[in-house]
Design a protein around this ligand. Structure first.
Ligand code: GAP
Length: 510
């Protein structure tokens, strides 16, 4: 199946089963905004919980925060967002479509990367186990040519985008012969900057004085509370503040489902460190974050690091953790070394000191910051897309299964009476009433067992428990595993522990 088709299937599956709906759908929707349905909200909450626990519960020196979306407008002057939170946009005059100039260039580079992958795959096919990938990548003339092209474009991006040289960006697009994917022409406008912040007015007064912004990142709420948390929590450097919350960006190109939205959620952690130690912590958090991802079991080959070519206005080093989405490898999370830029800026604009007295060094300083920032919605898409599978079974029928990491699945178990009579539904309800203290349970008595199993497979429920006539005699049930589809007869008393062992988040955190 083509990857783009796969995305279409995922979008319709997400809608059909109550994971994600287009927002305000009865009014034909609102572009790039989505609502999470009854199962979506469960999966989202479980992802949040996995992140929050791994940050706040598992680290003595990281605490949480829930700051307001609206902040004093000077926050955004200080942070640089009013002046520099821009994307370079370009329009195609024939299709009238608008693009991000940097994305057009990144996609062009991706084409060279795809060519290299194609050559590697050819080599694997031809030489099998004898194929030496490292040697091939280091010596094959086609690969070397494409690598050189990548380096050349990346360098020119650095020289132009990195210095806000918009004419240079335009020239680069023209030199590379990049065409509009819709019209196929190179009839481009000049490249312009576009500020991504949404604004509104506070109270009843209108005009510049009352203009406030919807936060484009949750991080600034952490910076302005740095001293509040440090002092009241008696925190010592190094320490972190974690926050989950909504962020808003007026994205130029918002497509690809929940990948790029105008209203989305971030899970961010700012780690405050001694000046000069930031690179050590930057490497530390890169390792921690990739390990957090790998534990989910979505496949290590689906992640890669990508160093930023154009550093944000606040960073001295930055890398993305990219995930192999249905649209290819794209940014899932950022790890940024933000220096002391933000705290210093807030000191300057507020006139308040934002410093830490380090007893070991016997001096005050403005801490440096290493940030980890992941989009919750992107994480949701990464999990959903890599778990979505169509399998052909032994009897040549097909099943659609969401092989979600069990700890994140919306329902942990579905309880089903074999028939609607002979006291089986009552017994099933009794079991639900016991299990529901530990696990989110579904109850299903409609249709044949086969159909009911398929329904639960399609929403990723790790276990199905069937109550039959034997249950009434010996207090045993069958428990079916979503992934192996094997059934086992066990005592009802064992259910909590069997299910608990499989779906426990502790296994992920350990
Ligand atoms: N505080 C740093 C910061 O906001 P960013 O790279 O602009 O850095 C961090 O954003 C993460 O937020 C991204 O890696 C991505 O997962 C998510 N994100 C950013 N823009 C998004 C959008 N329009 N829709 C969904 N997620 C988005």
């Amino acid at each position: 199946m083509q990857k783009e088709d796969n995305l279409k299937d995922i979008i319709s599956h997400a809608k059909e089963y109550g994971f994600v709906f287009p927002s305000s759908e009865i009014y034909d929707g609102l572009s790039a905004t989505y609502d999470y349905g009854q199962l979506g909200v469960e999966l989202k909450n479980n992802i949040k919980s996995y992140w929050w626990k791994s940050m706040v519960q598992m680290n003595e020196n990281i605490v949480g925060l829930d700051s307001a979306i609206f902040m004093h407008p000077t926050t955004w002057k200080a942070s640089g967002h009013i002046d520099a939170f821009n994307d370079p946009l370009i329009d195609n005059k024939d299709s009238k479509k608008r693009y991000r100039a940097d994305v057009l260039l990144e996609e062009h580079i991706e084409k060279y990367r795809a060519k290299i992958d194609k050559d590697v795959n050819k080599g694997i096919k031809r030489f099998g186990d004898d194929f030496d990938k490292d040697q091939f990548l280091a010596t094959n003339p086609n690969v070397l040519r494409n690598k050189a092209k990548i380096e050349d474009v990346e360098q020119r991006m650095k020289d132009t985008l990195g210095k806000d040289d918009l004419e240079g960006v335009y020239n680069l697009i023209m030199d590379l012969g990049i065409v509009c994917p819709i019209s196929g022409t190179k009839n481009w406008t000049e490249v312009r900057q576009f500020n991504l912040m949404f604004s509104t007015e506070l109270g009843s007064v209108s005009g510049e004085a009352a203009k406030i912004y919807l936060r484009p990142e949750t991080a600034q709420g952490i910076f302005v509370n740095f001293l509040n948390v440090q002092k009241t929590g008696r925190m010592k450097i190094p320490f972190g503040i974690a926050q989950i919350g909504k962020a808003f960006r007026n994205e130029i190109v918002a497509r690809q489902f929940i990948f790029r939205m105008r209203e989305f959620e971030q899970m961010e952690m700012q780690f405050f460190v001694r000046p000069g130690e930031e690179m050590k912590w930057y490497e530390y958090w890169k390792k921690q974050r990739i390990a957090w991802h790998n534990k989910l079991g979505l496949g290590e080959e689906n992640y890669r690091f990508h160093d930023h070519i154009k550093l944000a206005h606040y960073a001295n080093a930055a890398a993305d953790i990219e995930f192999n989405f249905p649209m290819g490898f794209k940014e899932l999370e950022g790890v940024h070394s933000r220096t002391d830029f933000d705290l210093k800026q807030h000191e300057e604009h507020s006139g308040k000191k934002l410093q830490f007295f380090d007893p070991e060094m016997n001096k005050n300083y403005v801490p440096y910051v290493v940030e980890t920032s992941i989009g919750l919605d992107r994480m949701f898409l990464a999990i959903l897309s890599s778990s979505f599978k169509t399998e052909t079974l032994e009897n040549d029928t097909e099943r659609v299964v969401l092989s979600l990491p069990p700890a994140l699945a919306p329902y942990k178990v579905a309880v089903m009476p074999l028939t609607k009579k002979d006291g089986l539904p009552e017994k099933a309800r009794e079991i639900v009433n016991e299990l529901k203290f530990d696990h989110n349970c579904a109850y299903d008595e409609k249709d044949s067992p086969g159909k009911r199993y398929r329904r639960q497979d399609a929403i990723g429920t790790p276990y199905c428990v069937m109550i039959d006539h034997q249950t009434m005699e010996d207090n045993t049930v069958t428990i079916r595993d979503r992934d192996t589809m094997e059934q086992e007869r066990v005592s009802i008393d064992e259910l909590t522990s069997i299910i608990g062992a499989k779906v426990s988040m502790t296994n992920l955190l350990r």
